[in-house]
Design a protein around this ligand. Structure first.
Ligand code: ADP
Length: 187
């Protein structure tokens, strides 16, 4: 099964993806995590991405796509994967469609996790205390939310037109949200 998770920063995509990974036994592929690993390993990709990420802006599409392709063509992803953080703009959504055609793959579900903006800001503030991510400062979070509204929200409309998107209420406990997702995926 191939799933795309959509939702604002702090909407809980990563948390839900990890639970799905265990349930479905397919990898959680987070472009944010892949970039953070590249930064930690000081690879050329990481060095290129760090400055952009620290501003809360998006890394160049071609760079991100190359990294994603490398990941989803690995053996453990042959039965499917859960994409978190990609596609993040319309160009990436189109690139993903082209890549899927090239690899003879299809997308089964796009799940849009809906959370109130106030809740998202509160969750990220809490995460900033725990994880200390350099892009979780108040000013950068504001920019990430703007980038989401301007560039990523249209991706949901793109999938809506294909009739492949399901909205999930992101309120309540982690288990509540997971139960809603599992009900949609029927397992
Ligand atoms: P969140 O979901 O909380 O916004 P992520 O960990 O998914 O955070 O992403 C953090 C940062 O990594 C983004 O702000 C962006 O700079 C970069 N990034 C992640 N995915 C992409 C992508 N698909 N295209 C461009 N940049 C990306």
């Amino acid at each position: 099964m191939r799933i795309v998770l959509l939702g604002a920063p702090g909407s809980g995509k990563g948390t839900q993806a990890k639970l799905l990974e265990e349930k479905l036994n397919i990898p959680h592929v987070s472009t944010g995590d892949l970039f953070r690993a590249a930064i930690a390993n000081k690879t050329p990709l990481g060095l290129a991405a760090k400055e952009v990420m620290d501003r809360g802006d998006l890394v160049a599409d071609e760079i991100t796509l190359g990294m994603l392709k490398e990941r989803i063509t690995q053996a453990d992803a042959s039965n499917g994967f859960i994409l978190d953080g990609f596609p993040r703009n319309l160009a990436q959504a189109e690139m993903l469609e082209t890549l899927f055609k090239e690899l003879d793959m299809a997308l089964d579900h796009a799940l849009l996790i809906q959370v109130d903006p106030d809740e998202v800001v509160a969750r990220i503030a809490k995460r900033a205390e725990i994880e200390g991510r350099t892009d979780d400062t108040e000013e950068v979070v504001r920019n990430r939310l703007n980038v989401y509204a301007e560039q990523t929200a249209p991706v949901a409309d793109y999938y809506k037109k294909q009739d492949i998107v399901t909205e999930i209420l992101g309120k309540g406990s982690i288990e509540d949200v997971q139960a809603r997702i599992q009900a949609i995926l029927r397992f």
